[in-house]
Write a protein that binds this ligand. Structure first.
Ligand SMILES: Nc1nc2c(ncn2[C@@H]2O[C@H](COP(=O)(O)OP(=O)(O)OP(=O)(O)O)[C@@H](O)[C@H]2O)c(=O)[nH]1
Ligand SMILES: [Mg+2]
Length: 311
């Protein structure tokens, strides 16, 4: 078995227990496939945060397939469900397949990544994890501590930078976040840096002035280097619930979000969130967080994700 599958399986234990194990338990105790059974499956899907619309969609397709192919045994539904879930993940998310290989071997230099999201979702740790992967691939990385808002934020990033063995540009708390972003790109050009990752302060998506600051950071990066930032990653906590949609819409309208990182999947049974994001946001999930350790951030692979839930 591939190590990625192993990692996904371990990190998705809670979602597997709350979703697939529940459904398997349910169908084992039933003798016929009827509306009641399908409704119960629907409820389980919704409770795993797959989203009402997607859950209804999946159950409708289950129904059609049952009628078409004449399934009799409730247990036969599990395989059908698996292929439905796989199809849903692959069809959505903008249809673009994400190749981590390309992401970690960028052709532009410096490759500029800006990381945004509400408070505490895991932005700074995600940056550290990404920095380590780039560093391990012998890319020269520079981190920009453009979270000048929270006291101790840049110290936190400094600790991570040391651990990942990469450089950092910072200023004092309360300093100008956009200036840090600008300076980091200037430094990157001067120091022949391959990858710049810009950390930003966590902010409530409803705070207009803070969202304006993000716009400014994005604009300033573009001034220091045309086309930058090349990636704007929105980091969301997997346990957020359906509120993730309004969060993401606000961030999308402020900055040019290119992809999503779903963190803390290891801590929740609500990993169905990934389906919600791919379906409703027209944004690809790029990475998922499966724990707090440095190598717990993994590229999102729909196929492996579904496989891990069913094994
Ligand atoms: N279990 C688990 N914890 C995670 C994961 N990602 C981040 N965390 C934890 O979430 C907490 C917050 O992480 P930070 O990286 O500081 O979050 P942040 O978004 O930078 O927070 P602010 O800068 O305050 O907005 C830390 O305790 C992390 O260890 C994950 O995938 N799994
Ligand atoms: Mg942070």
């Amino acid at each position: 078995m591939s190590s990625l599958l192993e990692k996904f399986k371990k990190g998705l234990t809670k979602t597997r227990e709350g979703l697939v194990d529940e459904i398997v338990k349910l169908v084992k105790n039933k003798y016929i496939i009827n509306d009641e059974l399908l409704e119960q499956i629907e409820e389980i899907l919704i409770s795993a945060d797959i989203g009402v619309e997607t859950a209804l969609d999946i159950v409708e397709q289950l129904k059609q397939q049952v009628n078409r192919e004449g399934f009799q045994e409730p247990e036969e539904l599990v395989e059908v469900l698996k292929s439905q879930l796989r199809a849903h993940l692959q069809e959505s998310g903008n249809g673009r397949s994400f190749r981590a290989e390309d992401f970690f071997s960028p052709t532009v230099k410096p490759f500029v990544i800006m990381v945004v999201g509400v408070n505490g979702t895991g932005k700074t740790t995600t940056i550290a994890k990404l920095a380590k992967v780039f560093h391990d691939r012998e890319k020269k990385v520079l981190l920009a501590a453009a979270d000048t808002f929270r006291a101790a934020a840049s110290e936190q990033l400094q600790v991570w930078a040391k651990r990942a063995n990469v450089d950092l540009v910072r200023t004092q708390t309360g300093g100008d976040a956009a200036a840090v972003a600008f300076d980091s790109l200037k430094a990157a050009h001067a120091r022949n840096v391959d990858v710049v990752i810009v950390d930003t302060a966590g902010r409530l998506h409803t705070k207009v002035n803070l969202m304006d600051e993000l716009k400014k950071i994005q604009r300033v990066l573009g001034k220091a280097q045309p086309e930058a930032p090349h990636e704007v990653l929105l980091v969301v906590d997997a346990s957020t619930g359906q509120n993730v949609l309004s969060q993401a819409e606000r961030f999308k309208s402020a900055v040019n979000v290119t992809g999503v990182v779903v963190t803390k999947l290891d801590g929740t049974a609500k990993g169905g969130m990934v389906f919600t994001i791919q379906k409703h946001l027209q944004l690809p999930v790029r990475f998922i967080g499966l724990g707090e350790a440095m190598d717990d951030l993994k590229p999102f692979e729909p196929q492996t994700f579904v496989e891990a839930l069913f094994e």
